[in-house]
Design a protein around this ligand. Structure first.
Ligand code: C5P
Ligand code: MG
Length: 176
């Protein structure tokens, strides 16, 4: 008998540059001194989570779905990426059960916005916020121009009823 769970690990890093917006877990952080240099919106939390889901499915990584060389992916809203991998998971009979993340970032302090980031990520994954653990670390000044996120996502077996869709509002639909 196979276990009704699958676990995946994802990671993402971006270089930070002054004057660029910083978006994490779908939340804009306007007080950030620097934002991600990226082809998409550079949301390292959502990229790490999407890769964790794909890893749990043994389905490769987001570079396979969204090459960072493709012009149509420029400025891509990373919530769309998450929606797409959730739909893929559901097609295969899996949905998120829990997520655990560590964000390494020197500035700004994210602790004051933990609840907001947690609620945003939980909403995107269709989970209650108490199923989403978010830890924050500095690099101790070793990498001040760097954001790094490590994510573990646990998937549980889902009843796949015909027409069932993964969580996420319709405007995030990736089918175009
Ligand atoms: O990296 P360090 O362990 O020194 O971080 C101390 C605390 O600062 C963390 O436990 C976390 O609560 C908080 N922190 C934060 N936002 C960051 C980095 C760390 O709130 N960007
Ligand atoms: Mg990324």
């Amino acid at each position: 008998m196979s276990l009704p769970f699958r676990v995946g690990l994802g990671e993402d890093s971006h270089r930070l540059s002054a004057g660029r917006p910083l978006v994490l877990a779908g939340v804009a952080l306007p007080d950030a001194p620097a934002g991600a240099v990226a082809h998409s919106d550079g949301d390292a939390v959502l990229h790490a989570v999407a890769d964790a889901i794909l890893a749990a499915l043994a389905a490769g990584d987001i570079g396979r779905l969204y090459p960072d060389t493709a012009p149509e992916n420029a400025g891509l809203d990373s919530r769309v990426i998450v929606k797409r991998v959730l739909d893929l998971a559901l097609e295969r009979g899996w949905r998120p059960a829990q997520a655990s993340l560590v964000v390494t970032l020197d500035r700004p302090k994210l602790g004051p916005r933990r609840d907001e980031l947690q609620a945003s990520l939980a909403g995107l994954l269709g989970l209650e916020p108490d199923r989403v653990g978010l830890g924050f670390k500095t690099s101790e000044g070793l990498a001040p121009e760097h954001v790094q996120v490590r994510a573990v996502v646990l998937l549980e077996a889902a009843d796949v009823s015909p027409g069932a869709g993964a969580p996420g509002s319709p405007e995030l639909d990736w089918r175009g």
